[in-house]
Ligand binder design. Structure first.
Ligand code: N01
Length: 500
């Protein structure tokens, strides 16, 4: 068995892990290893390659600030372009020699005597690392629906994030379960090719128009040669998105224009009053993610599509059966039923200073962290896109870069001050989370009258950031070492606690 010793072990090669690797390299912190369970970089943009996959945040903003791309073809990029962009950043940054693909983190245990992480990987190798940096993603583990009989279905069944491209859906009878962000992109594409499509809707989403357009040659030329022009686009999109924050977090009535936009989009796309009523949401807009599409409603109104709102009671060998006893035969079942968000699988694999896993530590409290990045009891563990860092309105790349900056400053601080480990103080972490939960109480995500992946089984919102993104960036601008318990490096294996 081989054991590698590195200073930084990074998990995941999506926007978070790759961005971290690029910045570590830039800081001459080149002693790192990135492990990725998939076969390539890209993370969510590698995994979600279903028909119609595209970003619902404009790419000028949904890209690294340090690598602008003048070549986006559309204002909202399709998945293949985003994946190609991430690949290009990886190729050009010269860090790929420290990436291991198709290797997952199986177990990571903090060794308090040695002040380092002992890690076992899925290829059987072991790694010791001073810092464990997780960029494993908040939406990476598919959640399959727990429906009676689904395992006995004889046709093809796959999750939206595990699309089976070997199956030709032309002329087939297909069912899609779910009407979230993934499903509303998939449905219009399937409608064009399948024989018949059943869309199983449990909760209707709000869908506003997608103001997408192709960039002109002139714009692309300007992006390439006048970086300030591209920066101006990015800035305008950023501030436009921030305008959503008060409607989400302070007063849902402020989101009234978005609600009107969604209802007009619905009225324009669906003429049949019965179908329109079926797909009209009955909760506050913003409570679930606001979706964007010009093609979803027209697809639902097509002759070869049926929207089914009766609950699914079981799945047989070749059909979906609803609670009213109706059986709808199908050849292929697509489950667009989302991801494990409030129970992160990686939390099961990480054991901290006290011998408890992250999952055990969070069992009673739900996911908690300090600044969404560090966790008491887990020295030198840094999470990118950790608890309460998700957004309902803007680019996660902005959040990711804010966290990367915080982690870089933590590493610099440890280096400068000679700290072997840093761990957030429990009182500071509690105060951070109390403040978050107090703010979240009045947000539309908690009060809007819907269930969503934002809330855990206890109704706690442990996923979303309830303030502006510039506040997040400001709060993470410096590594605030006074909020941490630190252990000084020692030439002997013994360790010495010091106050920062
Ligand atoms: O997943 P979801 P998603 N029986 O959890 C339904 C990001 N994203 O993959 O609403 C029947 O939102 C469930 O019903 P209900 C984005 O952040 C971004 O679509 O719970 N139905 C819901 O309709 C997004 O929010 C882009 O009642 C069941 C659906 O399945 C996140 O990913 C594109 C069911 C799940 O919706 C997740 O989106 C795509 C069951 N047993 C995704 N279980 C961009 O463009 C679940 N459902 C950037």
């Amino acid at each position: 068995m081989t054991t590698t010793t590195v200073k930084h072990l990074v998990v995941g090669a999506g926007f978070a892990g790759l961005g971290m690797a690029v910045k570590l390299d830039e800081d001459n912190e080149s002693d790192f290893l990135v492990v990725e369970k998939g076969s390539d970089v890209g993370g969510t943009w590698r995994a979600n390659d279903y028909p119609g996959a595209a970003c619902d945040v404009p790419s000028q903003l949904y890209s690294y600030s340090f690598t602008p791309n003048p070549d986006w073809s559309m204002s909202f990029s399709p998945q293949p372009e985003i994946q190609a962009y991430i690949r290009r950043v990886a190729d050009e940054s010269g860090v790929l020699d420290r990436f291991r693909f198709e290797v997952a983190l199986e177990k990571a245990v903090w060794d308090d005597d040695a002040q380092q992480w002992q890690v076992r990987l899925s290829d059987g190798s072991e790694v010791t690392a001073t810092n464990l940096i997780s960029g494993a993603g908040g939406l990476s583990e598919p959640r399959l629906p727990d429906i009676d009989g689904i395992e006995g279905f004889q046709g093809e069944v796959f999750h939206s994030a595990r699309w089976n491209h070997d199956i030709d859906l032309t002329g087939k009878r297909v069912a899609v379960i779910g009407t979230g962000a993934s499903a509303i992109q998939i449905v219009p594409e399937l409608q064009k090719v399948v024989g018949h499509l059943d869309v199983y809707q449990r909760t209707a989403p709000y869908v506003i128009p997608r103001n997408d357009r192709r960039y002109t040659g002139f714009e692309k030329l300007a992006f390439r040669h006048l970086p300030l022009v591209q920066k101006a686009y990015r800035t305008a999109i950023y501030w436009g998105r921030e305008l959503y924050v008060p409607g989400f977090t302070l007063e849902p009535k402020l989101a009234w224009p978005a609600k009107q936009m969604a209802l007009t989009n619905l009225a324009r796309g669906i003429k049949d009053p019965e179908l329109r009523a079926k797909v009209t949401p009955d909760y506050e807009i913003g409570c679930k993610r606001i979706l964007i599409s010009n093609t979803y409603y027209p697809a639902l109104a097509s002759d070869n599509v049926e929207v089914v709102t009766d609950g699914i009671s079981k799945i047989t060998g070749d059909a979906v059966v609803t609670s009213d006893g109706v059986e709808r035969p199908i050849d292929v079942l697509v489950v667009a039923t989302g991801f494990f968000t409030t129970e992160q699988p990686i939390a099961e694999a990480i054991t901290g200073r006290t011998g408890a896993t992250l999952a055990e530590t969070w069992r009673d409290t739900g996911m908690v962290a300090y600044k969404g990045t560090t966790v008491h009891g887990f020295p030198n563990l840094f999470q990118i896109v950790g608890p309460n860092t998700g957004l309902g309105h803007s680019s996660m790349v902005f959040v990711i870069e804010s966290q990367i900056a915080y982690i870089r400053d933590a590493i610099r601080t440890m280096e400068r001050e000679g700290y072997a480990s840093v761990e957030p103080r429990p009182d500071v972490q509690d105060a951070w989370n109390d403040d978050l939960q107090r703010r979240l109480k009045k947000t539309v995500w908690n009060t809007g009258g819907c269930a969503s992946w934002y809330l855990d089984d206890e109704g706690r919102n442990t996923t979303l950031w309830p303030r502006t993104t510039f506040t997040f960036r400001r709060l993470l601008a410096r590594f605030d070492v006074a909020s941490y318990d630190v252990t000084a490096s020692s030439p002997t294996p013994s360790k010495k606690k010091v106050s920062a």
